[in-house]
Structures are given as C-alpha cells and as structure tokens.
Design a protein around this ligand. Sequence first.
Ligand code: SF4
Length: 386
Amino acid sequence: MSSLESNTEADSDLTPKIPVWELPDVPKGNLSPHLQLQRTRVVCNKEAPTNTENVQYSGAYAAMGVDNSLGLGEFRKRFRVEVIRLTEGDMEFDLIGIDASLANAFRRILIAELPTMAIEKVLIANNTSVIQDEVLAHRLGLIPLQVDPRLFEYMSENDIPNEKNTIVFKLHAQCEKGGSRSTVKTDELKWLPNGSELLLATENMASNEASKPKTYTSFTCSQDSLPEFSKNPIAPKHPDIIIAKLGPGQEIELEAHAVKGMGKTHAKWSPVATAWYRMLPEVVLLQEVEGNKAEELVKKCPVKVFDIEDICKGVKRAAVARPRDCTLCRECIRGDDWEKFVALQRIKDHFIFTIESTGALPPEVLFTEAVKILEDKCERVITELS
Ligand code: SF4
C-alpha cells in the first residue's frame, strides 16, 4: 500500500458523519447546501477559518438562477436590532441582517465622528507640583465631561470663546506646608458658568475702573441661566479621577477651557471607551457525544459552552448550552478526532455589538446619533450623484 493511499484512508476516518450543511441550523435557500453554507457562515477549522469573504456581487450565483443582489425591500424584511443588555454606561445589542461593512461603518462613526466636549486649552497660573504643565494639560484633556455636546457649537480658530462654544473650569488646589501629601481629583474642577476669571495680559496692565476688565472668554450670559444647564450643572462625569498628587507646599492653579470636537482629531473627543462587534458564534454537535467523551468535551471549553444532559439511566450526553459565549478559541476541536464531533461557525450577517460610553451621552443615544450621521453621509452621496 502506498503512503498516499494510507493517508487517504486515515483522512476518511476523520470526515464528520453528517455534512455540516445538512444540519438544521444551516439555512436552506435556493442554492445548493454547500454554497448556502459558504454564503452565510464563516467556518472555523482547526488550522484557520474559511469562507471569510462576503459575496457581494449581484450575479455571483446567476448560473444557478439565484439573484444575489442587495435590495432595500429584502434588507427591510431581514434587518432587526435586539437589545441584550443596557446600562447607564454600556450596551450590548444584536444587529441582524446587515453586512460587515455597515456594522464597521457604525463602529468607526462611534469612535471618530460623534462629537463631545473635552478640555482643549489650559491656562496655568501656578504649578509647583512635580507634574509638568504639558502632562497636566494632557491629563485634563482626557477627563470625560458630563454634558450634552449637541447643546454646543464648534469653535473655529477665529471665533471668540462664548457661552455657546466653551465651558470653563477652575482648579485651585494646595497642599499645606508641613502637612501630608494630598491628591487632587476631578471633583476639584469647578465649573465657571460666567466664563473665564483670568484677565487678559494687556488688560491687566492697562485696566481702568471705568471699563469692564476683559478675560479670556466673552460670555453674554451665565450658562447656568440657560434652561439646559440650570438643573444639570456641568461637571466631570467621574468625581474621583486622580489629576495630580501634591507634596507639602505645592500648589496648582489653572483654568481649563473645554470645546466641542471629534475623535478623529484627538481621542479625547471620542464619546466611547470602546465600540466593537463580533459575529454570532454557532457551535454544532455533528453526532451524539456521550459518556466520558461528553465530560471531556465539557472540560475542554474554558467558557462553559457545553453542559451535560442526563438522558436516561445515568447515560450522560453533551449539549450546546451557551453558544453565544463561545470565543472561537477552537480548543474543543484540537487533538484527536474532535472535528468529527464539533463544528464551529460564525453567522456572517449577525453581529453582537457592544458600546461603552465615556459618560457624555448614554450608549443608546450614541448609537442613534451614529445612525443619523451615516444617514447624512448617504444623503450627501445621493445629492452629489444626482
Ligand atoms: S471554540 Fe473554545 S469557547 Fe468555543 S466552544 Fe470550543 S472550546 Fe468553547
């Protein structure tokens, strides 16, 4: 017997008893089952995933009489959003029936194109701490602010800072001489609704009592007189973020000016700590796994996807209990002949999306704002083309 023949024999032993595409989980369409599987699933083999591409070409299956074009009617029928978890700070939801390119568009908009308010300019009157001025300014810039950015306007280079485009905070912290070290936290950043209190350098020198001294901002009214802020005073989202540590006798006195911006300019304006997605995993048992083998399978999975069922008279059988938790680590198909028992797949048009807000806006609002931005972009393209 040649070595080639013996290999072939060994390989046929490893072939699953049921082809994956004949399982009830695989959607049946007009295409032949293996093409339907290729179109709708990423298959995760022991070595590497296959069928990772998306077949977008409308005539891809024309030879089989199948129209693969993407129509709005079909999209409307299939598209669904299901919220799985929603808290003040984060949200997990399923986007079903969309292409990876659209899911990725939402992710990118959330990270880089949704505006927030962040500290951009820091006027330091005194800093005798060990933190250099530029490091201190950078730390202040990254503090999430609890304020709705939709209530503010963008400030361009030549604009004068006013109540509609700037938020001013003041920080004055001292550590007493002879005392113990102190920690400066975000709760010491005080909002100045009337704008800057620091006088412009030229005005400082030539101030006269008749005219109102000029400061770094030019507010026409107090921000706390506006109905949006009278009941929601502006402040850092978290009061306990450490800004600096002061030794005895050290002092920090500064003013921080926050303006509206986007994450694509600097990450400090990104409204999300993270926004990410993954395709829904599908774990399929290709044949019954019973007895010791079932227990071995349960032990193999680090995230407890499988459970043991007692079928009758103490006979134990493995069952897929929590497929959503699968991380596709492929541990359950490693070694021996496990690929005969378990098939791992991902559904190509089902995305588990997670948004973690930094606190300016709730996560569900962030997503609806991202949808509006994508809508605006589409309208712009349609206008340009027509
Ligand atoms: S791929 Fe990893 S996480 Fe998923 S079922 Fe197998 S062992 Fe568990």
